[in-house]
Design a protein around this ligand. Structure first.
Ligand code: NAD
Ligand code: UDP
Ligand code: UDP
Length: 312
């Protein structure tokens, strides 16, 4: 049995990861400060003999004994990470330093949940790992984008300087049950608006694109990446190459919810990337992975979750 630390384990992705690790027989220490996560995401795990929940902020040192670390702690939606941008950078950078220091002391392998945001508003499409990105260093999104870029730098420097076993995954937009209903991300916004009969808010003209990966596919890729040979640190893109405009997404959500909500157009936020699609050739080659869940199927699962949540 492996002792595994999951930071940000009470969040959307973290809670699914904890579940999968327990199911395969690992011992899981979930660390979270509940900034955007929720105890209810892991309530069903609390009785599990191999699950432990700890309230802790990763910007402070953490002394525990583990063999593997999944570092997911960081607010991920623009509304949340822009709420306290200084804290967002601290979480990414100080959090990475502390978790890398911990990994170094206990000789643990450590995986970083990085993001497609490191590519910024890309002029290369789709984005391969070799693309360096086009990020505004002083804009509204910078606390998150540059924080995550600096965390990648720290991971690779600990790897080179201290021979740490690192894994860096660049996650593209992921959705599914346990997304925060008010975090402003497009999938949760559209579904909640459609189910409530409220207007669907399209930012800009809705022609910007994103590629949406269902959470189960993403977690599978993260687990496979963690188990790759030590000489493969990544970075590796994880996402679903199926690319949709926000207008297409809105139409799909309206259709699947049988909603009569109307589309309304609102201003596009600053630095909003126009397009985003992962090149997943490396994931296919190195971890024999590609996503299996089609957008319609994943949305149906997510709609079922939000229907239940809103009924409560
Ligand atoms: P989330 O907000 O649901 O989860 C983040 C978790 O981290 C929350 O439980 C939050 O309370 C916790 N947290 C935040 N600051 C913390 C701190 N200082 N100390 C301890 N815990 C802290 O978001 P998510 O979608 O589950 O994202 C998880 C990770 O994956 C994040 O690092 C995010 O940047 C990355 N990611 C997610 C996506 C996506 O589409 N969901 C895309 C790219 C990258
Ligand atoms: N750290 C931690 N847990 C540990 C070991 C270290 O949180 O088990 C933190 C510690 O606070 C330090 C950071 O990780 O500031 C970086 O550790 P490292 O050993 O790389 O650097 P140093 O301690 O020399 O600054
Ligand atoms: N978006 C939208 N309506 C919403 C929320 C988001 O049109 O109610 C757009 C947003 O402008 C962006 C895309 O949907 O172009 C994805 O936004 P999200 O915040 O989910 O992710 P990110 O921009 O970080 O990829």
């Amino acid at each position: 049995m492996n002792r595994i630390l999951v930071t940000g384990g009470a969040g959307f992705l973290g809670s699914h990861l904890c579940e999968r690790l327990l199911a395969r027989g690992d011992d899981v220490l979930c660390v979270d400060n509940f900034f955007t996560g929720d105890k209810r995401n892991v309530t069903h795990l609390l009785q599990h003999p191999h699950f432990e929940l700890m309230r802790h902020d990763v910007t402070f040192p953490l002394y525990v004994e583990v063999e593997r670390i999944f570092n997911l702690a960081c607010p991920a939606s623009p509304i949340h990470y822009q709420h306290d941008p200084v804290q967002t950078t601290k979480t990414s950078v100080h959090g990475a330093i502390n978790m890398l220091g911990l990994a170094k002391r206990v000789k643990a392998r450590i995986l970083q949940a990085s993001t497609s945001e490191v590519y910024g508003d890309p002029e290369v499409h789709p984005q391969p790992e070799s693309y360096w990105g086009r990020v505004n260093p002083i804009g509204m999104r910078s606390c998150y984008d540059e924080g995550k870029r600096c965390a990648e730098t720290l991971f690779f420097d600990y790897h080179r300087q201290h021979r740490l076993e690192i894994k860096v995954v660049r996650i593209f937009n992921t959705y599914g049950p346990r997304m925060h209903p008010n975090d402003g991300r497009v999938v949760s916004n559209f579904i909640v608006q459609a189910l409530r009969g409220h207007d669907i808010t399209i930012y800009g003209d809705g022609s910007q694109t994103r590629s949406f990966c269902y959470v189960d596919d993403l977690i599978e890729a993260m687990l496979r990446m963690m188990d790759t040979p030590a000489d493969f640190p990544g970075p590796i893109n994880i996402g679903n190459p199926g690319e949709f405009t926000m207008l297409e997404l809105a139409e799909k959500v309206l259709h699947l919810t049988n909603s009569r909500s109307k589309l309304v157009f609102q201003p596009l936020p600053a630095d909003d990337p126009k397009q985003r699609q992962p090149d997943i050739s490396l994931a296919k080659e190195r971890i024999d992975w590609e996503p299996k869940v089609a957008l319609g199927d994943g949305l149906t699962e997510t709609i079922t979750y939000f229907r239940k949540l809103l009924a409560e």
